[in-house]
Write a protein that binds this ligand. Structure first.
Ligand SMILES: NC(=O)c1ccc[n+]([C@@H]2O[C@H](COP(=O)([O-])OP(=O)(O)OC[C@H]3O[C@@H](n4cnc5c(N)ncnc54)[C@H](OP(=O)(O)O)[C@@H]3O)[C@@H](O)[C@H]2O)c1
Length: 288
C-alpha cells in the first residue's frame, strides 16, 4: 500500500467536479487528504462528491463561481466548518474561449475566461493566503497552461490569462518568501479532458482545430498523470521550495514522444486520434 503522504491534510480544489480537478481530488484523497471540491454546477459537484465518498474518501463540495469573491470566501468557510482547517488550495478552475481572431470572439466569451482564469485565481489566492499566512503554513497551487510564457495567436484570452497567472504567482511567491507558505505554478501539459476534446471555434476556423486530434494522441496524458505531479507539489517534498513553476510536458518529453511515434504500438501506447467535438461560434463582427 502506498504511503499516505497527505494524511489528515485538507485540500480545496476549485473546478474539482470533472477533468483534471477531479483527478487531483481523487489523487489527494487516495493519499489521505480530506478534499473539498467546487465548481459552478451543483449537480456535477454533488456527483463528484458522491463518487469520492463511494470510494471511501472524506469529501465535500460546494457550488462556487470563482469569479465571485463572496462565493470563494464561502468556499473557504465551508472547508473550515467541514474539516476544521485548510492546508492545500488548488486554483484549478479554468475556461478557454473559442479559437479564432480576438476581435471576432464574442466579448462575453472572452470576459468569461478573464473572470475565471484571472479574477478566479486572484480570489482563490487571496482567500487561501489569508488563512495560510495566519497559520504560517500551506500550499497554494495555481494552474498555468498553454502559452503561459509567450503569446499565442487565435487563443488570446486563454494564453494571455495564463501569462498573467504565471507572473501573479511568481510575484506572490516573492512577496511571501519566508512566510512558511509555499506557492507554486503548475502547467499540467496536454490533458485529455473536456477542455481538450470539446472545443469551440469561430465560424470559418473550425478546420484549424483538426491537428489537435493528432497532437493530443502524441502528447496528451490522462488526467491521473499530471494529478500525480500535483500530489508531489502538495506534499512535504516541496517544503521551502516556494516559487517553483512546474511543467509536466517538457521539451525533452515532447521530443521523446515524437521519436517514439513509430514504436507506440510496440510500447502498448494508444495510436487512436483524439475524438474531437468542435462547436462553431458566430463572429461578433457584424457583416462577417
Ligand atoms: N486540459 C488541458 O489540456 C489543460 C492544459 C493546460 C492547463 N489546463 C488547466 O487545467 C485546469 C483544469 O482544466 P481541465 O482540462 O480539467 O478543464 P475542464 O475539464 O473543462 O474542467 C474545468 C473545471 O472548472 C470548472 N469551472 C469552470 N469555470 C469555473 C468558474 N468560474 N468557477 C468555478 N469552477 C469553474 C468546471 O465546472 P463548471 O463548468 O461546472 O463550473 C470544471 O469543473 C484549467 O485551469 C486549465 O486551464 C488544462
Amino acid at each position: 500500500m502506498k504511503e499516505l503522504i497527505l494524511k489528515d491534510k485538507v485540500a480545496v480544489i476549485t473546478g474539482g467536479s470533472r477533468g483534471l480537478g477531479l483527478a487531483i481530488a481523487q489523487t489527494y484523497a487516495r493519499a489521505g487528504a480530506k478534499v473539498i471540491i467546487a465548481s459552478r454546477t451543483l449537480r456535477t459537484v454533488t456527483q463528484a462528491v458522491d463518487s469520492l465518498r463511494a470510494s471511501g474518501y472524506q469529501a465535500d463540495g460546494l457550488a462556487c463561481d470563482v469569479a465571485d469573491m463572496n462565493q470563494v470566501e464561502a468556499l473557504a468557510q465551508h472547508a473550515i466548518q467541514t474539516f476544521g482547517r485548510i492546508d492545500i488550495w488548488v486554483n484549478n478552475a479554468g475556461l478557454s474561449a473559442p479559437y479564432g481572431p480576438t476581435v471576432h470572439i464574442p466579448s462575453g466569451d472572452f470576459l468569461s475566461v478573464i473572470n475565471t482564469n484571472i479574477i478566479g485565481t486572484y480570489n482563490g489566492s487571496v482567500v487561501a493566503m489569508k488563512y495560510f499566512l495566519a497559520q504560517k503554513s500551506g500550499k497554494l497551487i495555481n494552474l498555468l497552461g498553454r502559452g503561459d510564457t509567450g503569446a499565442i495567436a487565435m487563443q488570446n484570452a486563454y494564453t494571455s490569462s495564463k501569462v498573467w497567472v504565471r507572473n501573479f504567482t511568481k510575484a506572490l511567491a516573492k512577496e511571501y518568501k519566508n512566510s512558511g507558505v509555499d506557492i507554486f505554478g503548475f502547467n499540467p501539459g496536454l490533458v485529455k479532458t473536456e477542455m481538450l476534446s470539446n472545443v469551440h471555434a469561430m465560424k470559418g476556423y473550425e478546420d484549424q482545430m483538426n491537428p489537435l486530434r493528432f497532437i493530443a494522441m502524441l502528447w496528451g496524458n490522462e488526467a491521473n498523470v499530471p494529478a500525480e505531479k500535483a500530489l508531489w507539489l502538495a506534499s512535504s517534498a516541496t517544503d521551502g521550495k516556494s516559487g517553483l513553476m512546474v511543467t509536466v510536458l517538457t521539451t525533452q518529453m515532447m521530443i521523446l514522444r515524437l521519436l517514439g511515434l513509430p514504436f507506440r504500438k510496440l510500447l502498448n501506447q494508444s495510436t487512436e486520434l483524439l475524438e474531437l467535438n468542435v462547436t462553431s461560434v458566430e463572429s461578433a463582427v457584424t457583416g462577417d
